[in-house]
Each structure stands twice: as structure tokens, then as C-alpha cells.
Design a protein around this ligand. Sequence first.
Ligand code: M6R
Length: 608
Amino acid sequence: MCGIVGYVGPRQASDVLLGGLARLEYRGYDSAGVAVVSNGELDVTRRVGKLAALSAAVAETPVLGSTGIGHTRWATHGRPTEANAHPHVDCTGRIAVVHNGIIENYMQLREELAQNGHVLRSETDTETVAHLVESYYQGDLATAVRKTIKRLDGAYALSVVHLDEPNLIVAARKESPLIIGIGDGENIVASDIPAVLEYTREVLALSDGQVATVTASGVSVTDMEGNPVTPEMLHIDWDLAAAEKGGFEDFMLKEIHEQPKAIRETLLGRMDAKGQIQLSELQMTPEQVASIDRVFILACGTSFHAGLVAKTLIETWARIPVEVQTSSEFRYSDPIVDDETLVVAITQSGETADTLAGVREARLRGAKVIAITNVVGSRVTRESDGVIYTHAGPEIGVAATKTFTAQIAALNVLALKLAQAKGVMGTERVTALFEELSRIPETVEAILADLSAIDECAAEYTDVCSSLFLGRGIGVPIAMEGALKLKEISYIHAEAYPAGEMKHGPIALITPQVPVVVVATQGHTYEKVVSNIQEVRARGAEVIVVATHGDDEIGRHAEHVLYVPATAELLSAIPATIPLQVLSYRIAKLRGCNVDQPRNLAKSVTVE
Ligand code: M6R
């Protein structure tokens, strides 16, 4: 997804912009550019491809100046070409704009601008913003930007510079994240926190409809009418090292190894001395919690799989029916939710456009919405009635790993809370399960301590084209997540099915060339899973199983066994996930793939 950095202060702006954009690379992008106000000129450099190409161009023809804006673009309107790369300029070449989001009425705006004599040079929606600012500019950039954004339908985070006001950036947002790092004699605009951490931990979070005038000495914020507003300030605890690879080859591997900490911290303080689950974030009285009789979960991708795990947990423990829907379907499905429904929106980034739209839809229908997210101050936190944070720290790799297992940890707590509040489960049982849950980080550590079996297995399957992932019960979403991990980072086709469903079609795919990965940890359907394994083996498939330590028999039915320590059946989701993450990671690395930034993918999908 696109990234924005803007700088005004005493340093060379291009250095700060390129450094900041590098910190946002994890968002995924296909072109990049910077515009620097330099000796009475607006110097714009753009390149297709990775930042290295832009850095080389800037190094070849240095741009000196201390105010500038930069951008990494993930194409939405128009191909990833240099002409479509940001920053975009107006007809005079004196105004430059970078933008994240989508201007939905851009076709009408283009026509109007063209009729008024403007010449647009790209296929993008963003360029209309530069020309609108040009048409409204009468000596005050902030006023021109305010007039411009009133004309825009859609989502935007914008940063704008003008040669006539060389020492300022005007920034505005609606439904796309934008923050301003407050430095000492310098300020940095950015779409995401890692871009500013090198300079400051004090961050101003712009809200929708706010416009900021940013100079080296200060920031003033107004609403769209120009009335001064007091913006929200945040202190960021993350240090820069937390956002770097910490000695691992890739962010993804680092993040896989950070899971014990992420789960531990997510569970911290969740049970009091009396055995009561603490979840004040629900913002509900005990009576209100006890009266919940329907739960609806909204999420996308990996977060959706966490939602499916939660369905099993909540239905089994709290006996409350749970529906799980992908957010992109929910928003257009005329969903049956009302003020009796608890809606849980799961989104690690807190910025996923479809999930946010679902949250709005659910609230319009009277439902109470609880968000589960990893990002403090993210959009979903402002739009929900309550927020349960996962404490996984920043996840840089595009493939979700630690945020997934942290989500499951948080959802375990939610399920136990509901079970306790409804009186379905007594304190003794809740306490026992919570204690067992609290040991899951150690279980994960034990798995990560010896990855040799996974390495051996991965080496044998680097050349396959297709694979099947099977499970039953809580193993189904884990198989789905395993398949998603493999396909997104290694580009091997992977499909997941409930193991019992295989006979109804997918079994036709089985050949010796299509390995079958089976979640076969101990549980009430274990024997059934073993039968399914035999069915695929009878058709020549090679089988890789995730099984429970001590299950020596399973080795007779599989080419490879990836063992995980024993735990209660419904707590096995996290341990069973870990070998599948590592297996995908190793296979992808052996295939030479960029695991942190897989092709065509973005870390947070802030457009529909
Ligand atoms: O930020 P979110 O949790 O809302 O993101 C949803 C999906 O885009 C995300 O989980 C995606 O599927 C993963 N990055 C895949 O690893």
C-alpha cells in the first residue's frame, strides 16, 4: 500500500524522505518519488520499481532543499509507470501532491479540469488534486487545500507543497492514516509511524477532515472550514530496533520468533486474583455481556481465519452462536445484525477498508462493535465502541504471523469472558483453561527451538506446483491459514478443505505431485482425520502431518511428521500454526522468494 513521508526542517529533505520511505517499504509498492523545494525550483524525481532506483537517481542528480514530500505508490488508478508515480504536479509545476487512498469522483474532476484548460499528464486520480489546488490557490496553500478536499469523494491522506510557500507542507486526511512526527525544529509528515521514529516519538494523529499546516517550527491544525482544532497527540513507545530485523534474515522470520512474547503480552493482566477474566475494553456491564446471544465476526485474510478459530471457541465454551464473514461480503450483504448482536471486527492493521466499512454498516444497524487490532490509534479504534489490543508490536512482513497468533490469544480471552459472564463455565474451569493458555508461549518456544524436521521437510517440496491442506474442527482454519501462508509467500498453489469434505471433489486433484498437509493434532475427530489421511495416501499423495508429541503411530501414515507439544484440543490452534508458518517460510526461501514483500501484496489494504 502507498506510503507518504514529508519533511520540513534543517536537514536535506531528500535524505529524510528516502530514509522514511525505506521504513515504509513493508507496505508494498511499485514506484516511488520525491519532490523537494530546491533553490526556487520544485525538483521532482520519480522511478518505477524499488526505492533503490529512486535513491540512485537522487544520488546522480542531488536535490538540495529542506522541504519536500515523498511517496511509495501501490498502483490503483493507472499502471505502475513513472508518469503515474507520485508526486504529481499542477500545470505550472509549482505545486506537488502525494496521496494515499482513492478519489472516487476523479473522472468527473478530470473532465471539469480539462474543460477549464488544465492539462493532466497521468492516469491517476491523484493528479486531479494538484490541479484543483492550483485552481483554488490565491496565496494561501492551506486555504486552497481545504477548498480542494471539499471537492473530493473517497479516501485520502494528502501532503502538498507549493513553491510560493517554500517552507511548509499542508497535510490533510480522510479515511487514510496520516500522522505528523513532532521534532525539535523539524517536523515529519508520514502515513505510518516507523517513518518518523528516527527523529521523534511524539506524534500528532490527524483525524478525518483535519488540515495541518506544517513548518519547521510548528504545526497548526484546522477543520475543513479553517477553524482551529486541538489534534490528538500520542507518545510512541516502539523503538526503532523493534521495527528492524533484529539479526534475523527477514522480518517474517523475526516475527515468527517474536510470537511467544506477542502472545504473552496479549494475555497479560487478563485474569484477576479471583479467577475473573478482565476485559473492560468491552465497555459493557456484566449484565450486558451476559445478555449477548449472537456474535458476528468481520475480518479479511488471516484475520478472517482468526475469526473462524474464535467461532469454535465461543460456540464451544460460551454456547453463543457465531457467524464469521469476510468484510468485503458483509458490507454488501444486507447483514442481519441489530442492537442484540455483538460484532467483533478483527484487523491487525486497523486500517483495512472493507473491515472499516463493515464496522460502519454494523453500527448503523445498531450493533455494538468491538475491534481487535494491533495498531494503537488506527482507524478502527476510532470507529468502534470498544477495542481489544493485541500486543504483538509492529509487524513489518506482509505475511501476518505474530499478529495472527496474538489475535487468537485475544479471542481465547474473549471466549472465556463470554463463557464466564453467561455462567456456562465455572470459575474453576475458566481458571484452568486460562492457565493452560498462559503456557502456550512456552509451547511455541519449544517448537521454535528445534526446526530441523521442518527444514528437512521443506527441502523436499520446493518444486511442487500445487498442494492441499486439510483439518477438522479447530484444525480447519489452521489448515486455511497454512495454505494462505504457503501461497502468498512461495507462490505455490495451496487449497484448504475440511478433511471430511475432500471426498466431495478435491480428492480428484490428488497425485503423487500434490503433497497434502494435514493438521492431525489430538482431538475428538483425530481418528477421522487419520482415515482421511489414509484416503489421500491410497491415491498416491505424500503427506505431511502436524501431530502431537507422543503420537508415534502417526508416522506410519505420513512422509513427514511435524510435532507440537500437547495442549487442550481448543488451545491447539496456536501451536499447530507455528510449523505451518515455518514450513511456508522455508519453502519460499528455498525458492528464492522475497518473503517480506511478496508480489502483488500490500501490508494493509486501505482501498476496497
Ligand atoms: O490488517 P488486517 O488484519 O485487516 O488485514 C487483513 C488481511 O489483508 C491480512 O490478514 C492478509 O491476509 C495477511 N497479510 C496475509 O498474511
